[in-house]
Design a binder for this molecule. Structure first.
Ligand code: HEC
Ligand code: HEC
Length: 350
């Protein structure tokens, strides 16, 4: 940078500062006018700070110190995937950050689910959970007749949000935790509506509805306590323990990215590479042949439990994806199928 020392004491170094160019495009360092450049700091990532005068948004506080989140119309959305579907390439699209299941219509949205985040207070990096955070379930707020909703959440508590269908399966989700300050009321238009104005909150049913109480968190299912016992009771007659469908081994069922635990006839080929890991390597959101970390509805394990393909696609549609296969009647009650779905949707914890 012009005119500033690039040497502090005896240490030779480069010193970054903030300058404004007087000529666009700038041709030489002489075009630059100094804004700030201390020799002891690297100044970077300038932000424009200009004074502005905007009205204080209305309705940002609750009357009673509670914390509420509400949307004037969760049925309207601009949050769509921006790219077409290619199996095992979904990590390149919004599917891995959230957004809508590719082949499921937003109109299937029936309720909004909230999960509370459990902080990792250990130093262990062994934090197996497919959605990146361990969670507890706060519950679902049903959409009102005009698809608006209002929920009360615990204050000062990180949470993530998901849209669920009428069976309670997630079809849409965010991944970055948010939280509400004491007494905050957060009002959103739509389910991310940015290109249009959307229904004013005051005109939604949520505006005068009582807040749906979602302040008490409960544990989500785990493999060891809830899922494995179902498999041991209902699946061993055809899938033997130690057999080649890894139902009874958590790591091999959930985390086998490159299908290493599977015999060749079970592996689904991803590329023509001669490198085994690449040839059978699954990409997020698939974390094994059986588990999609975003959605139970995109997981082969859930299809087999529900005895139907639930991702909105058919086996005939794509030649290179994972297929549901033949009819697979199982002796599971609706609540057991739901438990398997809830386990997968909440992060497939061990
Ligand atoms: C069920 C529909 C839906 C509703 C309603 C909704 N969101 Fe989201 N939100 C999403 C989805 C899907 C994403 C992820 C999009 C992505 O990452 O590409 C997202 C992402 C976000 C993000 C970015 C962080 C992230 O995880 O990607 C923020 C912040 C956010 N939403 C805030 C809000 C707020 C505040 C409201 C008001 C209640 C709201 N959302 C209502 C679906 C919704
Ligand atoms: C009546 C016998 C039977 C029962 C009981 C049964 N399955 Fe299956 N399952 C099959 C058959 C047959 C297949 C398809 C052929 C194959 O992949 O071996 C299959 C395939 C699967 C697959 C796909 C395997 C792959 O790699 O493609 C999964 C996952 C699965 N079953 C899960 C379950 C679960 C979970 C249970 C218990 C809730 C269960 N099955 C109970 C017969 C059964």
């Amino acid at each position: 940078m012009p005119g500033t020392p690039d040497k502090i004491g005896d240490d030779i170094g480069c010193d970054v500062g903030l300058y404004k160019t007087t000529v666009i495009p700038s041709q030489s360092p002489d075009d630059l006018a100094l804004i700030v450049d201390h020799p002891e700091w690297h100044e970077f990532s300038a932000r424009v700070v200009v004074s502005r005068d905007i009205a204080t948004p209305a309705l940002v506080n609750t009357d009673d110190g509670s914390c509420q989140i509400t949307s004037s119309d969760a049925g309207s959305t601009d949050a769509f995937n921006y790219k077409g579907y290619v199996f095992n390439e979904q990590y390149k699209t919004v599917d891995n950050n959230g957004a809508l299941m590719e082949a499921v219509d937003h109109s299937e949205l029936a309720a909004i689910r909230f999960y509370e985040i459990i902080p990792n207070t250990t130093r262990s990096r062994n934090w197996d959970n497919s959605i990146g955070n361990r969670v507890k379930l706060l519950g679902d707020v049903p959409l009102l007749a005009d698809k608006s909703f209002k929920a009360e959440l615990p204050c000062e508590t990180p949470y993530i949000m998901a849209g669920v269908d009428s069976d309670g399966r997630i079809i849409k989700r965010d991944q970055v935790p948010q939280s509400l300050r004491q007494g905050e009321k957060r009002v959103c238009m739509g389910c991310h509506l940015h290109a249009k104005e959307g229904r004013p909150y005051e005109q939604s049913l949520a505006f005068s509805a009582p807040a749906f109480d979602l302040t008490k968190a409960m544990p989500v299912p785990t493999y060891t306590d809830d899922i494995k016992p179902i498999f041991e009771a209902k699946c061993t007659s055809c899938h033997a323990v130690g057999g080649d469908v890894p139902l009874y081994d958590y790591q091999n069922l959930v985390w086998d990215f490159s299908q290493k635990a599977l015999p060749d006839h079970r592996k689904v080929q991803m590329t023509s590479s001669t490198n085994e890991t690449r040839k059978y390597g699954l990409q997020r959101p698939m974390i094994s042949k059986y588990v999609n970390n975003m959605y139970a509805r995109e997981s082969l394990l859930y299809w087999k439990a529900a005895n139907k393909r639930t991702d909105g696609r058919t086996d005939d549609q794509y030649g290179d994806d994972i297929d549901f296969g033949a009819d697979h009647p199982v002796d599971l009650s609706p609540s057991e199928v739901d438990l398997i779905g809830e386990w997968l949707d909440s992060g497939a914890a061990e």
